[in-house]
Design a protein around this ligand. Structure first.
Ligand SMILES: Cc1cc2nc3c(=O)[nH]c(=O)nc-3n(C[C@H](O)[C@H](O)[C@H](O)COP(=O)(O)OP(=O)(O)OC[C@H]3O[C@@H](n4cnc5c(N)ncnc54)[C@H](O)[C@@H]3O)c2cc1C
Length: 399
């Protein structure tokens, strides 16, 4: 006998259970909302390994603290106490004390973050978490938006697309995604360092793009190496010894004697922003709304800020007795988030373009960075920006 299709009803339907979708589900559950979330991937313990590790700025880390999962995350995370960025003739560095925090943020492996979030969400009675469920279509009529699955559907007054850069929800809502691909890709992997990292996140600007070495527990580090797409693919396919030799050639003293300690995966790099982050019965958060160059580790941070802002916008509409999926209730969300995202995206675009331009431009930029690095208030501003603590902060990020 074939199972009857089931329609799950909720206050909020979430498409996508990446780090943004899971954080949103947890935050809404804690505010008393009924949530249903569908994700096409299997649960984290059965998923393919994700080689990424995330820098989570201390401002965004407070969201995890507010949601009560910091104690589970801390043993798996590495505090970042210093950031160094080097150009050809100089660089800038800043330390945690410059933003009066014990750490600028924390590095955590993608798989570890997914496991903690998944477990916390699974424990919420008011969340229906459906893994391995591909969403086939999305519609946004009155009184409910609907996500259609192979064996059922989710219906809710508000649908949130947290379904990543190729978001079906965004496309179904007819929201344009404007931007471009860089002709580059990032290789992400884990390396074992020859020397202690002392909590420093380091980045060097090479002619084809930045290389970042981000501290992980036990003197491991996450390596993000940007190259032209063709070269990146070839590097990822080398055997381990061949890759280490190429790395030693390219990175020199910046990363001496590092040994591969994990698989390599390449990621395409692009810059895209949705024209709006909301429409009638729908909102977008995370990579569904914006994709930026990974060079400063800000993509997920922007997504977490989306979550925190959206939760406040929904709660305010709910308290006022409004329909939380109505365009008028959601409009403050785009107003709050899009300008911040556009400013960060423009900064990343500026860095990426400047440091891959002709040598004189790179030299001038490196010199400018070195000069900026000598001015304490400028360093402090960089430190606060990296810490995700600028702008109007939603309640989940309150100090
Ligand atoms: C190399 C690299 C390093 C990075 N490092 C950092 C960093 O240090 N700090 C930082 O802040 N950001 C970083 N980022 C950015 C970060 O990876 C993204 O911003 C983040 O993963 C976005 O999370 P998300 O939940 O919005 O989307 P995703 O992680 O893409 O999750 C989307 C989810 O939606 C599901 N989905 C999609 N379509 C469907 C469908 N039709 N049906 C059902 N489910 C669906 C997918 O299965 C997936 O689980 C990095 C990016 C790269 C490429």
């Amino acid at each position: 006998m074939t199972a009857q299709p089931v329609t799950h009803r909720a206050d909020v339907a979430i498409a996508g259970g990446g780090p943004v979708g899971l954080t949103l589900a947890l935050a809404l559950a804690r505010r008393g909302y009924e949530v249903a979330l569908a994700d096409g991937a299997p649960p984290p313990d059965k998923a393919k390994p994700d080689t990424r590790a995330y820098f989570i700025a201390h401002g965004c880390w407070r969201i995890f603290r507010a949601l009560g999962i910091e104690d589970q995350l801390l043993p798996l995370a590495e505090p970042v106490t210093e950031v160094e960025a080097e150009g050809r003739v100089g660089g800038i560095s800043f330390i945690a004390e410059e933003c009066s925090e014990p750490a600028l943020g924390y590095m955590i492996e993608a798989g570890a973050l997914a496991s903690v979030l998944y477990k916390a969400v699974s424990a919420e009675a008011s969340v229906k978490l459906i893994s391995g469920a591909h969403i086939l279509s999305a519609s946004f009529d009155d009184p409910c938006g609907v996500l259609t699955l192979a064996d059922g559907a989710i219906a809710a007054p508000l649908v949130v697309g947290c379904d990543g850069r190729n978001s079906l929800v965004r496309r179904s809502a007819g929201l344009r995604f404007e931007g471009h691909d860089y002709e580059a890709a990032a290789i992400s992997t884990t390396v074992k360092l020859a020397r202690p990292h002392n909590g420093a996140a380091r980045q060097i600007f090479l002619p084809h793009g930045p290389m970042a070495v981000l501290p992980l527990p036990d003197d491991h580090a996450n390596l993000i190496w940007t190259e032209s797409a063709l070269v990146a693919r070839a590097l990822a396919e080398l055997d381990e010894r061949g890759f280490e030799l190429e790395l030693a050639k390219k990175a020199g003293n910046f990363l001496a004697d590092a040994k591969l300690a994990g698989p390599r995966v390449t990621f395409p790099i692009g810059l895209y922003i949705a024209e709006r982050f909301d429409a009638h019965r729908v909102a977008l958060a995370g990579d569904a709304a914006h994709v930026i160059h990974p060079l400063a580790g800000q993509g997920l941070n922007l997504g977490l800020k989306d979550v925190a802002a959206l939760v406040d916008v929904i709660a305010e509409a709910g308290h006022a007795g409004l329909d939380i999926g109505a365009a008028s209730a959601l409009a403050p969300y785009t107003a709050w988030r899009r300008a911040d995202v556009a400013a960060t995206a423009a900064a990343m675009e500026g860095f990426a373009r400047t440091f891959t331009s002709a040598l004189p431009v790179r030299l001038a930029a490196g010199a400018a960075m070195a000069v900026a690095g000598m001015i304490p208030p400028v360093r402090k501003l960089f430190a606060r920006e990296a810490g995700g603590d600028l702008g109007e902060l939603p309640s989940l990020m309150a100090r």
